[in-house]
Ligand binder design. Structure first.
Ligand code: SF4
Length: 160
């Protein structure tokens, strides 16, 4: 007995091969242009604050520290990156504020040169200090930098 080969369309109704027909969309989707939602064009402001994390060196090792800074950390700004930051500070007048953080910014490479460059250009300098840095005799130099350059001090830690 000769068997008839299956038709090429024999499995056309198989759930694996049938493609459900989509209903034509009856109602047009109304898209509100982004600009209209905003009530105007989206525009960017110029950068006016340069925040720099100088590194993870710190005289403290607080349990709440989100960068896990501490006396044994060695990650800090490199000389090459510091040079680039000095160029940015000197070149862009639109930067009005240089905001320094860490770690303890005072313990990390580049602190003094960044402060002095920014102040020389008339920019506000914010130092996010833990303040206990002044208990270290080696860091007394920071106090003189602050006093001579008139930095703004911020102590951003929770009151215990
Ligand atoms: S003083 Fe600040 S940077 Fe240093 S360990 Fe504490 S939270 Fe971290």
């Amino acid at each position: 007995m000769v068997q008839t080969p299956p038709s090429p369309t024999a499995d056309i109704d198989s759930p694996l091969t049938s493609v459900p027909q989509q209903e034509p969309q009856s109602a047009a989707v109304s898209l509100i242009p982004f600009e209209k939602s905003l009530g105007g064009a989206l525009s960017k402001n110029s950068v006016s604050v340069l925040q720099i994390n100088l590194g993870r060196r710190c005289n403290l090792s607080c349990s709440h520290c989100h960068v896990e800074a501490g006396p044994n950390r060695r990650e800090e700004l490199s000389e090459a990156v510091c040079q680039k930051l000095l160029t940015v500070i000197n070149r862009f007048d639109q930067i009005k504020t240089v905001d320094l953080t860490g770690g303890a910014p005072e313990m990390n490479y580049g602190f003094r040169s960044l402060v002095e460059a920014a102040r020389a250009k008339g920019k506000e300098v914010i130092v996010r200090s833990n303040l206990t840095i002044f208990l270290s005799r080696a860091m007394k130099i920071c106090l003189s930098i602050w006093l001579s350059t008139r930095c703004t001090l911020l102590h951003p830690y929770p009151v215990i």
